[in-house]
Design a binder for this molecule. Structure first.
Ligand code: SF4
Length: 323
């Protein structure tokens, strides 16, 4: 059975038998929810007011790559779903086609696909990468007109795969981004902290060390189009040392993205949150300014309170509430 949960910007779908969860939403527009000086969006965002969205401007589809997740990140509800293995290539297509069908959208300027509802995509790399390379554009173009199709691969850099295997997977995605999509795709690495001990706690010891991630990143090709992204969902306790970041990563290849950590049940239970994060820019200025002074390009992305309440943000899994 597929259950629909309407949200204020789209809808979330839970397939209770196949244990898949996916969603489509619209977006408020960069000028409303992003501060990125290097892109010309310089206004500090003290809160993002909700307003109606139009899927014709941008349609964001977020799908699961696994049924539940074998990682145990301290800020995420997905491990609360009984793990049911990888999602097949056909099922990845089903998540995307159902999202488009249910939305009723026939045209969008920009179609973003995030592999970030449930699961760590690198654990299901063969299906995911083949789907992106071969299936995604045909599938979307067969169902609607999208001026741009932009997939985003986000990884928590799991230790379980081993450094060499993970490097190979990330390199394969870079080729898809840089060659198959001519740069129109995103790679996001979840770094979360520049302090090894803090990372170890947040990822419960299941992510590679910063040194290992840094080694992988040295081997990545120059990005075509957008640079690769280092993700920092922050709390008031986050350690983000710009000098340490410069030692570990290349500013020519990477930008930094700062977001509030989302209010999932797991994050709340573990006391991981960003008080005032949806209302005051002060929370982000303390991280953004030192990075800018160190020469980093920084995007601060803030969802609206409504988006977080509607649980469309990463780390949520409505299936975790199923009995
Ligand atoms: S954040 Fe991603 S990798 Fe971590 S538990 Fe959640 S779904 Fe898995």
């Amino acid at each position: 059975m597929i259950k629909e949960f309407k949200t204020r910007t789209g809808a979330i779908y839970c397939d209770t038998e196949k244990k898949m969860e996916y969603l489509y939403v619209g977006d408020y527009g960069k000028e409303n929810n992003i501060k990125a000086d290097f892109l010309g969006f310089k206004k500090e965002i003290n809160s993002v007011p909700h307003h109606d969205v139009d899927l014709r401007d941008k349609m964001v589809v977020t799908i699961s790559t696994q049924k539940g997740c074998p990682m145990k990140c301290m800020f995420c509800d997905c491990p609360k779903v009984k793990f049911g293995g990888n999602i097949s290539r056909e099922e990845l297509a089903e998540e995307v086609s159902n999202s488009i069908n249910y939305s009723g959208c026939k045209y969008t300027e920009r179609f973003n696909l995030h592999l970030a509802r449930m699961g760590e995509p690198s654990f299901n790399a063969d299906n995911v990468l083949e789907f992106l390379k071969t299936d995604l554009r045909n599938l979307v173009n067969g169902m609607m007109k999208a001026d741009t199709i932009h997939p985003v691969f986000t990884t928590m850099l799991p230790k379980g795969l081993g450094k060499e295997k993970l490097r190979d997977i990330i390199l394969r995605f870079c080729e898809i981004k840089n060659v198959d999509y001519s740069g129109e795709a995103g790679l996001q690495l979840s770094i979360n902290s520049t302090d090894e001990k803090q990372r170890e706690e947040l990822f419960r010891g299941m992510s590679l060390t910063l040194e290992e991630i840094s080694e992988i990143c040295r081997d990545l090709p120059e990005p075509v189009g957008r640079k690769y992204t280092l993700n920092f969902p922050v709390t008031d306790k986050t350690i983000l040392d710009p000098k340490e970041l410069t030692r570990l990563f290349d500013k020519e290849k990477f930008i930094v993205k700062i977001t509030p950590i989302h209010e999932t049940n797991e994050a709340n239970e573990n006391g991981i949150n960003t008080p005032e994060g949806y209302y005051k820019y002060d929370v982000y200025r303390q991280f953004e300014q030192p990075l800018l002074e160190e020469g980093w390009q920084v995007i601060v992305f803030i969802p609206s309170k409504e988006e977080d309440e509607d649980r469309i943000t990463c780390g949520n899994a409505l299936l975790s509430l199923e009995k």
